[in-house]
Structure formats: C-alpha cells, structure tokens
Design a binder for this molecule. Structure first.
Ligand SMILES: NC(=O)c1ccc[n+]([C@@H]2O[C@H](COP(=O)([O-])OP(=O)(O)OC[C@H]3O[C@@H](n4cnc5c(N)ncnc54)[C@H](O)[C@@H]3O)[C@@H](O)[C@H]2O)c1
Ligand SMILES: [Fe+2]
Length: 388
C-alpha cells in the first residue's frame, strides 16, 4: 500500500475556559500571571452594554490597576490602530485583555506584540517581523463570529489601498480565552445573524479547502453541527444561554479551522466588499456563502454530503450530489430566516462596479488558490451579479 504522509500543523492558545459565568476565571488568570497593571481594549458598543463592568470589578478586587480603551472602531484602519497603540504604551500595562468582537480582539493582538517588538504597524502590514511574543493576552469574545480569539491573524483596513490586510504571526496567538455565553446574550439580532454566518463560513470553507486536514475536518464538522442547530435560536431568542454557548463554541472551532486550514472563495470575494465599500465582514461573507457554495458543489460533493449530515439534514439514501443540493438549499433558507440582506446600491455599489470588484477579488490568491474549484474572472462576476 502506498502512503503519502502529509504535514500539517495546528496552532493553539494557552488556556480556554468556557461556559456560563466563566468570566469569573478572570480572577484566577490575574493571580496566575501576577500582573499588577492591565489594559482592557474594547469598543463603545460593548462598553455601553455594560460588559466591561464585571471583569473590571473582579480585577480591582484583586488589587490590579485597570485602564480601559473603549474607542476601538468597527473594522479599524491603520491610523486608528496606531492611535490605540500610543494610548496603550502610555498605560504601561503588563497584560492586555481584548473584550469584544473581531475588531477589539485584533487590535488587542497587534498592540500586545507591538509593545514587545520594535516594529511599526506599516512594517507589520508588509511582512510581519515579529520575533518576540507580545505581553500576555486574554481574549473574551462578545460576538460569536470571527473566531479571532484562536487565530494567529489580525486584520487592518488600509484605506488608501481600499484593502483589508491580514497580519499573520504565531507570536500573536493569545495566552488565555474566556468563552462566556452570558457576554453575548444582548448581542443585537442583525449582528448575531451576520457574525454567526461568518463563523459558519469559516467552518464550511476550511472543510472544502485544498488545505483541509484531519485537524480542520474535525473542528469544521463539529462547528457546522453546533452553529446549524443553534443559530436560528440565538437569533430569535437572544437570551437562550445554550444556543449562545453553542454559537461561541462553534465560532471558536471555526477559528481553529482557520488556524490549520484556510478559508477559500467566500472570504476572497468578500474582501472588496469590506475594503472598498465598508460592508461589515460578517455581512459580506453571509451574503456570498450560498452562491459560492453552489458554484463549488460539484467539486466536493462527498464533502457537502458530510456537511449536510453535520447539519442534521435528512440525506440518508440520497446521492452525494442530491445531499449537496439539500445542503445548499439550507444555506439559502438560513439567509432568509435570519433576514440577512444588504442593499448594495445604498452602499454605493452598482452593477458597473462588478468588473473592478472581480479584479480585486482575483488578487486574493492566498485564499482563491485553495478553493476546490478554479474560479476565473467571469465566474466571480457571475457570483457578484447574484447579489443585485
Ligand atoms: N483575526 C481573525 O482571525 C479575523 C477573522 C475574521 C474577521 N476578522 C476581523 O474582525 C472584524 C469583525 O469582527 P466582528 O464581526 O466580531 O465585529 P466587530 O468586532 O466589528 O463588532 C461589531 C459590532 O458589534 C458590537 N458588539 C459586539 N459584541 C456585542 C455585545 N455582546 N453586545 C452588544 N454589542 C456588541 C460592537 O460594539 C460593534 O459595534 C473585522 O475587522 C474582520 O476583518 C478577524
Ligand atoms: Fe470571517
């Protein structure tokens, strides 16, 4: 028997604590690290939702000095991250806690490594010259979407290039993570929907990616199962703790998929929507997901059948092709059940822009090359056309 051994790797974080009220673990983590000065990086929405109060009071009870930066903008650009870095430097902190969605977590990751490496953000965006790990980090996601808490990536908007650029470095992997569903109970409906679909896209894309491997396959099918069974409940009844917990676990597993496999054409085609037209990351991916999967279906029918099984769809006795069709139908109905829609005209996009968007998407070869079916410019244009 011939056997071709393949090599793959899995990056992981130091410690993950999960479950309702796991926010209490902030106390143990403070004791464990022995830090005296902590910086919390978050955003206005999370701050106004009162989600910083509890971790802050736990830290203060431990005698830890806490500074808060709550000005992280959604999907921050280079200057905005630099501004936060300057404030962080002035705080003289020994540990960073990122509390929020992917935006706050990504900024927390970047700031932590910049505090330890003599490198500018512009340099990092060109090629990460990160030789040392950053100061210790704890990430507490309050959306169930990006999985940024377990990826080595951080995404920054470069406005002059109309591009979002990913910094990728093992040195940015967080030290501690807390996944507390109680932190997500009041996440607004539309954000629950779009960020949840982003998480689902991570799992689906990594499962069919050319970079898929036994690690990502395991995480992907479990993520698909958890998200498919709970996303509608989390959307319709945000206070459902079990559904919120499934979503946080599913999103984290989706992030672990990214850490060992790769997203493919959905995320590649989403880049121009975010970079140029500022459509939020989750929403861009959500609206593209069913169309791109319909395109990919024939190239990975068996895998689509496995995903249909993970989604608990009734596919026994169906051919791989029939099961794949059922899985795609389910993605379309999910988009409709979650009321996910975006008026591209309102975002300043007309059908005349499709050509330049396709050009921009074609440049995302890092992801497009891993798509199971080759995608040319006409294929991409046809998919964008479906969004109108
Ligand atoms: N690092 C990675 O691996 C990775 C992967 C994918 C995406 N990203 C990046 O992450 C960013 C998007 O992150 P996101 O989708 O999580 O959204 P986000 O962090 O931009 O947050 C979206 C909005 O939700 C609000 N919000 C968050 N949690 C809340 C809560 N519990 N209650 C009330 N309001 C809440 C925030 O205030 C904000 O207005 C983008 O910049 C994207 O490029 C990073
Ligand atoms: Fe994503």
């Amino acid at each position: 028997m011939s056997y071709t051994a393949e090599t793959y790797s899995l990056l992981s974080v130091g410690k993950i604590v999960a479950g309702p009220n796991s926010i209490e673990a902030v106390k143990d983590i403070a004791v464990d690290t022995g830090v005296q000065k902590v910086l919390i990086i978050t955003d206005q929405g999370v701050w106004n939702a009162g989600l910083i109060d509890k971790p802050m009071s736990i830290l203060k009870e431990q005698g830890v000095q806490v500074t808060v930066i709550n000005s992280t903008p959604p999907e921050p650009d280079v200057e905005q991250v630099n501004q936060i870095f300057q404030e962080a430097k002035a705080s003289d902190c020994q540990m960073i806690i990122g509390i929020g969605g992917g935006s706050s977590i990504d900024v927390a990751k970047i700031v932590a490594v910049m505090l330890k490496n003599d490198v500018s953000l512009r340099e990092l965006l060109k090629a990460p010259k990160i030789t040392k790990r950053g100061i210790p980090t704890l990430m507490i996601p309050t959306t169930a979407g990006t999985g940024a808490e377990v990826t080595p990536n951080a995404i920054v908007l470069v406005p002059e290039d109309e591009l979002k650029v990913g910094i990728v470095s093992e040195k940015m992997m967080p030290d501690y993570i807390i996944l507390d569903p109680l932190m997500t109970l009041n996440l607004p409906k539309a954000i629950t929907a779009s960020t949840g679909m982003d998480a689902l896209a991570h799992a689906i894309e990594c499962y069919i990616s050319k970079k898929a491997n036994p690690f990502s396959d395991t995480f992907a099918l479990k993520a698909i199962n958890l998200i498919a069974r709970s996303i509608r409940t989390a959307y319709n009844n945000g206070q459902d703790i079990e559904a919120r917990h499934d979503m946080l676990l599913g999103a984290m597993l989706g992030g672990l998929c990214i850490a060992t496999s790769s997203t493919v054409a959905v995320h590649a085609l989403a880049y121009p929507l975010g970079g140029k037209y500022r459509i939020p990351h989750g929403l861009s991916n959500a609206i593209l997901l069913p169309h791109v999967m319909k395109f990919n279906m024939d190239a990975a029918a068996e895998k689509f059948k496995n995903m249909a099984v993970a989604m608990d769809l009734k596919v026994a006795g169906l051919s791989a092709h029939q099961a794949a069709e059922k899985m795609i139908e389910n993605l379309y109905s999910l988009i409709s059940d979650l009321n996910i829609q975006v008026n591209l005209q309102e975002k300043g996009i007309s059908e005349n822009n499709i050509d330049s968007m396709a050009e921009a998407a074609l440049k995302v070869t890092r992801l497009l090359n891993n798509n199971p079916k080759a995608m040319n410019k006409d294929d991409i244009k046809a998919i964008y056309k479906k969004l109108f």
